[in-house]
Design a protein around this ligand. Structure first.
Ligand SMILES: Cc1cc2nc3c(=O)[nH]c(=O)nc-3n(C[C@H](O)[C@H](O)[C@H](O)COP(=O)(O)O)c2cc1C
Length: 136
């Protein structure tokens, strides 16, 4: 990634149309690893039961284009952007796309935040949890 570009970070949540361990996740992952590498995008996809949480990092333009495609993808629904902001440095630069099945803590059944600040206020806490899971 060219250091002159400002890195952006995007976090979204969505509802998978498949249960965990379905091969659809591996199809997504295989495509993402190859395509993100070419686009200078890094990130992590976390499956929490039926929910996806995905962090994406890269240039603002590339993330906008990718997110538009992801939103149209039939393999999930209810895509909700929780964060889209410039960041000082990417947290997931080691992964063109990492993946794990794991539970996030502090979320009520259905994945809705128990925080009084709502999901937006929680975005950084969710990203920090994903980073911890990714680093194990
Ligand atoms: C949960 C989820 C995460 C995805 N993550 C990525 C990703 O990180 N990079 C990527 O290129 N495609 C990702 N995709 C696939 C895109 O939605 C899309 O299928 C792919 O970019 C090809 O788009 P196209 O068929 O319009 O060319 C993801 C799809 C889903 C459902």
């Amino acid at each position: 990634m060219d250091g002159n570009f400002m890195d952006f970070q995007l976090l979204y949540r969505s509802v998978s149309n498949h249960s965990k361990w379905h091969s659809s996740d591996m199809d997504i992952l295989n495509h993402a690893i190859a395509a993100n590498k070419l686009a200078g995008i890094s990130g992590y996809l976390l499956r929490d039961q039926r929910l996806f949480y995905q962090v994406l990092e890269g240039s603002e333009d590339r993330l906008r284009l990718l997110f538009a495609r992801i939103c149209r993808d039939q393999r999930h629904t209810d895509v909700e952007c929780l964060k889209f902001e410039a960041v000082d440095k990417p947290l997931f630069a080691d992964w063109s796309m990492g993946y794990q099945v794991a539970r996030l803590s502090g979320l009520a059944p259905g994945g809705i935040s128990e925080s009084p600040h709502g999901p937006e206020g929680d975005a950084d806490a969710i990203i920090a949890q994903i980073k911890r899971i990714a680093s194990h």
